[in-house]
Ligand binder design. Structure first.
Ligand SMILES: [Zn+2]
Length: 255
């Protein structure tokens, strides 16, 4: 009897997936295209939940503890518990600077970011950074820690100028569904220039659903849409992109 070869679909690492912020029934989600995923926290509560979720999924998962720039104003109140969680977590974040929403003052956001970077320096864990309309300050702050630990710029949206500068810092660029949007022309141009060994993929579930799913709640399986777009943009096959991004994420995690 002849054996039928089962074609293996390429697998992906969703490096930014807030499953703990959704009310999805896990049984309704498909994880078959995922190698593993990373669940970042945005404050103490969601970091604890990230830890819980990471051990209750049908695929391997890593978790991160951090305080989002929107809530940077709560750093003093959450610092002690956050430090304990960060000690335990696989990665640190998400943190960063968001000068688009300015939900906390910029000074509070910078202090919050520096707190996370100092923890990373001590623990040598990767840090996940949210950078929106804050390229200059983010750059100047993380440049002081360059090369000490892996830095992931999550849902990267920068154009040529900032992409080039951040490439020099040796960071990882994680690309979300934004890459697939009609409006992301500059981003598409700059992403062509990122060295292949610096590329990561993410969904940012439940936000930023890609392509045809835009406007819906995002979910891990939609990462395939962004991957297809990126593979085409970089003129490589889906399987090549899968191999590259899995290898990059493993390296980033020290696996
Ligand atoms: Zn996020």
């Amino acid at each position: 009897m002849k054996e039928t070869a089962i074609k293996q679909e390429p697998k992906w690492v969703d490096t930014h997936c807030h499953l703990q912020l959704t009310d999805y029934d896990l049984a309704d989600l498909s994880f078959e295209f995922l190698e593993y995923l990373i669940i970042p926290g945005v404050d103490v509560d969601s970091s604890k939940k990230a830890k819980e979720f990471s051990s209750n999924l049908p695929v391997p998962a890593y978790w991160a503890a951090g305080l989002h720039p929107h809530d940077a104003k709560n750093l003093i109140r959450q610092k002690e518990e956050l430090s304990e969680l960060i000690n335990e977590a696989d990665l640190i974040g998400e943190t960063g600077l968001d000068y688009y929403r300015d939900h906390s003052t910029r000074e509070e956001q910078r202090e919050n970011l520096i707190f996370h970077l100092e923890m990373a320096r001590k623990l040598l864990k990767p840090v996940i950074i949210h950078c929106r309309d804050s390229f200059k300050d983010t750059y100047e702050i993380i440049a002081k820690y360059s090369g000490e630990f892996p830095v992931i710029l999550h849902s990267w949206t920068g154009g040529n100028k900032w992409t080039k500068k951040f490439i020099e810092l040796g960071v990882y660029f994680s690309l979300s569904g934004i890459l697939t949007y009609e409006t992301a022309k500059d981003l598409n141009l700059s992403v062509k220039k990122i060295p292949l060994d610096r590329l990561l993929l993410e969904t940012d579930t439940p936000y930023l659903a890609p392509g045809i799913h835009k406007g819906k709640n995002n979910k891990p399986e939609y990462i395939v849409e962004t991957a297809k777009h990126l593979a085409q943009l970089r003129e490589i096959t889906l399987q090549e992109l899968s191999d590259i991004t899995i290898k990059n994420t493993n390296t980033m995690l020290g696996k």
